[in-house]
Design a protein. Structure first.
Length: 487
């Protein structure tokens, strides 16, 4: 990601408004396919492959500057409705506030406007069909930013029209255009509600994977990306928030995000995670009475991450929730250790810092002096899940130290000496004699990754373990290929 702390600046929907973001068994049950009927309507370009027929040959490399979304290789019935949404924004010239945009089917950026909210509340399709079982997931009027396509087709959308001429204030670094390419499968469309925020600033409410939240009844997943004024592209698949379904992204000889197993198998694996994560804790079923709105044989919308789970535990349950408090004991033990034996944290760009716990506060000295958390006390488990707050504060050097600590807790490799320079695997349960808590969600997605790389938590790019791809749209394009659901 370049020199120094450069946490990815992607637009992440939290069900409220746009925010800057990076960037044993437990009684689990098996997932049995249902008998839901596919729904959808034809679009354009290649004819859908008949249900049951062999997939068509994948398209060639994406044309320069182009995003190709390939729906020909999945085992979902051909003709199933799908949508693509390219949503993002820019900090004009690197300065707040964010200006939100969406791209149309021709790749042209359009600044969002309140007038975009043309679909009434309670409606789940752009055609105006009443929501019935899904109406509560569409509580407000919303904007239809979807680009329709059907399974069995491909779609080609230019990304090289994101330029200073079409996006005011577009630049490099923090002034890059950042966002997501969402894909949804089935009749239920992702709602984006344009809003006026504090100080009259335009913003939008984005879909959330959290059960019951706005848009959570839609079967979706996404790629995070950024494009700057030089057409430098930076993107990755991600399971930081959720796992909806598999897809792979490729550009030239670079390939990332592909899984070595099916969606059904991965959801079963999530249900078999150790306590307190397994069973139905992180897996969301489709809404009752709405099976016909989803692809045939799909019973589950998604698995949502422990990070999102912890972030949404009701305040009255937080004191006793096992996931919300998952790292509390380990943090307390390490703070006791660091009171007697100083901690050293080395970052390749910021140098080596020495941390000592005094009076319950972890204070670092070195190139500069600071405390984590700044207000004193131990690092909360929620901050480790989110890689946020006390582990995302201060200046660049502080954040470089904090990301190493957050990654070490997630990977189960906390020690008295931690570094982003010499931190190669083994991680998670593979650590010899592992006795530390670790993030089993992240471990799972690294295990099922075709090349061992995944974005399982927000700082998974520490030590180059993430699915990040970087190239220039001046000379290359990118293909997103929908993967297997059942086989």
């Amino acid at each position: 990601m370049g020199n120094g702390f450069e946490r990815k600046i992607f637009l992440a929907g939290a069900g409220a408004s746009i925010v800057l973001a990076a960037c044993g068994k437990s009684g689990g049950s098996s997932i049995t396919p249902s008998t839901a009927s596919p729904s959808g309507s034809p679009l354009t370009s290649p004819s859908p492959t008949p249900t049951g027929a062999a997939p068509t040959a994948p398209p060639g490399p994406a044309a320069t500057g182009t995003l190709v979304v390939d729906f020909t290789q999945s085992d979902i019935p051909a003709g199933t409705q799908a949508y693509i949404y390219i949503i993002g924004g820019v900090l004009p010239n690197g300065n707040s506030p964010i200006v939100p945009y969406h791209l149309d089917a021709a790749g042209v950026p359009h600044m969002m406007a309140l007038a975009d909210n043309t679909i009434p509340a309670g409606v789940y399709t752009p055609g105006g069909s009443p929501g019935n079982a899904l109406s509560s997931f569409y509580p407000d009027a919303w904007a239809y930013y979807g680009i329709p396509v059907t399974v069995g087709q491909t779609a080609s959308i230019p990304l090289n029209k994101i330029t200073p001429a079409t996006v005011s204030g577009l630049g490099t670094g923090k002034a890059a255009f950042s966002g997501r390419v969402y894909i949804s499968i089935g009749a239920a469309v992702l709602p984006f509600t344009v809003q006026t925020g504090a100080g009259g600033v335009l913003t939008y409410a984005a879909p959330s994977p959290v059960p019951g939240a706005v848009g959570s009844a839609t079967l979706f997943d996404f790629m995070e990306f950024s494009v700057d004024s030089t057409l430098a592209f930076d993107g990755n698949t991600s399971q930081v928030d959720q796992f909806g379904f598999p897809f792979q992204m490729a550009s030239g000889t670079q390939t990332q995000g592909g899984f070595n197993t099916s969606r059904t198998a991965i959801l079963n694996d999530v249900m078999m995670l150790p306590a307190p994560f397994g069973g139905s804790t992180l897996v969301t079923a489709i809404p009752a009475g709405a099976s016909s709105l989803y692809p045939a044989n799909v019973n589950y919308l998604r698995a949502f991450s422990p990070s999102d789970y912890a972030s949404n535990v009701p305040s009255g349950s937080r004191a006793t929730d096992a996931i919300f408090n998952y790292w509390n004991t380990a943090v307390s033990q390490w703070f006791t250790t660091w009171a007697a034996t100083p901690l050293t944290v080395t970052d390749a760009n910021s140098g080596t810092f020495t941390g000592t716990v005094t009076g319950g506060t972890l204070t670092f000295t070195g190139p500069e002096t600071f405390s984590i958390p700044a207000a004193g006390g131990a690092i909360p488990s929620l901050d480790i899940w989110q890689c946020a707050n006390s582990l995302d504060s201060g200046d660049t050097a502080q954040k470089n130290v904090e990301k190493v600590i957050a990654a070490a807790f997630n990977r189960g490799v906390v020690s008295n000496s931690m570094s982003d320079v010499s931190c190669a695997p083994p991680f998670y349960s593979a650590v010899p004699g592992q006795s530390q808590p670790y993030n089993p969600w992240a471990e799972l997605f690294h295990k099922v990754s075709g090349n061992g790389l995944a974005y399982g938590f927000a700082y998974d790019d520490v030590c180059a373990q993430s699915t990040t791809m970087q190239f220039s749209l001046v000379s290359a394009g990118i293909t997103m290929t929908l993967g297997k659901f059942f086989s």
